[in-house]
Design a protein around this ligand. Sequence first.
Ligand code: GLN
Length: 205
Amino acid sequence: MERETEGGCMIKVGVLALQGDFAEHIATLRSIGVETVEVRLPEQLVDLEGLIIPGGESTTIGKLATSYHLIEPLRRFSQDRPVWGTCAGAIFLSNDARRGQPLLNVMDITVERNAFGRQVDSFETELSIPVLENPDRPYRAIFIRAPIIESVGEGVEIIARLPIDSEDEDRIVAARQGHLLATSFHPELTGDDRFHRYFLGLAKG
Ligand code: GLN
């Protein structure tokens, strides 16, 4: 089954393919009938309805985007088309990662990289995410040397929080600013395509 927009054409979504786990995003998008493009050149952005920036290493993604002359084209794309950053991709979208590295500076969030420290480098947990289909079904989230979203600006909606049992509080792990989406975790690794479907909802307007 092909996923169609209201006008009847198939939706086309790019995945930035400079570094990181872009192949897993492409596989998930294809499994739900979306046409995908591996994006490495500015001209490949032209006819896309949305873009995913994958997890990986945000400094490397930023440096490669700079040398491939992608920073300005990605900023322009983000002005009016849906962009979703997962993990390193969320860092790259942010306004502030608290250190000098190339960022798109398009989303009004401040992130803290590697926020869970060495002992809990990677973990999986179930989150409650009310914006997804079947919101009563928990969403299994995989965190790998993940950032947290330390703070969000006005107009940024918090869509998922991770409870921290020992401290009786929580951390922001997913946020949306209009057509921009950032998640600390990796929905492309879980086999649960609800987050990708949610993003396609933004792409279809
Ligand atoms: N720790 C990485 C960074 O800071 C992100 C890890 C990931 O994308 N899984 O860029």
